[in-house]
Design a protein around this ligand. Sequence first.
Ligand SMILES: Cc1cc2nc3c(=O)[nH]c(=O)nc-3n(C[C@H](O)[C@H](O)[C@H](O)COP(=O)(O)OP(=O)(O)OC[C@H]3O[C@@H](n4cnc5c(N)ncnc54)[C@H](O)[C@@H]3O)c2cc1C
Length: 464
Amino acid sequence: MTITLMESPSQTLQAQIQGQVITPEDPRYDEARLAWNRKVIQHPALIVVVKTVDDVQTAVTYARQHNLGVAVQGTGHGNVRPADDCLLILTKEMNGVTIDPIAQTAYVEAGVQWGAVLAAAQERGLAPLLGSSPTVGVVGYTLGGGLGWLGRKYGLSLDNVLQFELVTADGQRRIASATENSDLFWGLRGSGGSLGIVTSLVIRLFPVTTVYAGNLFYPIEMATDVFRHYRAWVANASDELTTSVLIMNFPPIPELPDFLRGQSFAMVRGCFCGPVEEGEKLLRHWRDWQAPLLDDFKTIPFTEAATISNDPIDPLPAFNSGAWLSELSDEAIEAIVRYGAGIDGPSPYIFAEVRHAGGAIGRVQPDTAVFGNRDAEFVLSVVGVAPHAEAHQQLVAYTGELKEALRPSLTGGVYMNFLEGVESQQRIRDGLAAGGYERVSQLKAQVDPDNLLRYSFNVSPAKM
Ligand SMILES: Cc1cc2nc3c(=O)[nH]c(=O)nc-3n(C[C@H](O)[C@H](O)[C@H](O)COP(=O)(O)OP(=O)(O)OC[C@H]3O[C@@H](n4cnc5c(N)ncnc54)[C@H](O)[C@@H]3O)c2cc1C
């Protein structure tokens, strides 16, 4: 007698795709559900590691049939809402990158991290618009904006997407570009993953191979003067210069050299992508002013772009917040320095950084994409480590106080890539262009009326 065992639904799904289906009973489940941001604790009903666009379509159809929401994770650097009780798509195995040196573009699949695009593009003398970390995912970064060290010269990453390929919640594969589904193209650029699952994109590359870049370290006691001197420096900065000023509190960890371990500094960092001699001249503003404790601004190959910020590569329980600033007034500087360095003891932040935007970012017509706040020149980013709920709550309260102190200089807008969790869920309207939320919500009603994709930026479908 032959006994035929019934396949479970997840086994049926596994038989239909090239990637892997991982259930909560699977020994791989606990590792697969991790996000880079270790603060994110998530328990999906099912995890699907996709390999192809067909896999994505099949997974989405399965989720719809089984009444599951769909979350997507490239690397887990961003954190809006944990992927609980849903189908979590992991894109990390869709990692193709193809450079077209003639068109100066890159075709990039959904799971690719910036470091891979940088390496491939630099071999052809070209540069992508990556941010400070090479391990951040191209897609998540780009859907939220994408502010990197070439930003003032060439704009945001999302301003340089030529085409998205995506799968919408109905399982359809679509192209979104200036000429095809142009409304989706508009909406994808700023609204995160709320409109579809991006399977690949085509982005512009730029002829940059060498930059004048690095960091200046000043004593923390000089922080107010450093911020004011910075304000004067960038007042008429050329587009080739993209920089930031920050309070950095290096943690007391053994991996750091003595000079940095547990120490705080006022720092200036940045990247000049014009002629090197001009970059050197620009740095005189600092070198002729006060000798820094450490000055590593120098000519570097753009392959080393990640050394400018030296962001952590290993996963962390990170807290992130931020806001657009209308100005770097004396009062704003005072608040950032005070909260950045700590009030009645050490600051809970690893850093409080003000990045200089503007330039090409601000020259894009506001209705080109749903991304908002292009007219603000400075964006604040604060980052702390929150290994447990109490530390997170402390950081939330501390940041609330900082923002209160900064109130006169806040535009009311936020840069979604620098937010996370509850704040990200609550502030989406403030991250978008005027009227953008309503329009993207109409689009959402067309392509995802049941809000299957509800784990990324929080856009509800409009009532039709
Ligand atoms: C160390 C560090 C450095 C950073 N530096 C910068 C910087 O210099 N400039 C800047 O602008 N930002 C920066 N960020 C912020 C970063 O851009 C965001 O956290 C971004 O969301 C990360 O994207 P990801 O794909 O790596 O992460 P994920 O958490 O995997 O994804 C982020 C969001 O995008 C969605 N998403 C991912 N892939 C897809 C897809 N294929 N289709 C649809 N939706 C998708 C996810 O659902 C999630 O909502 C930094 C963050 C960190 C932690």
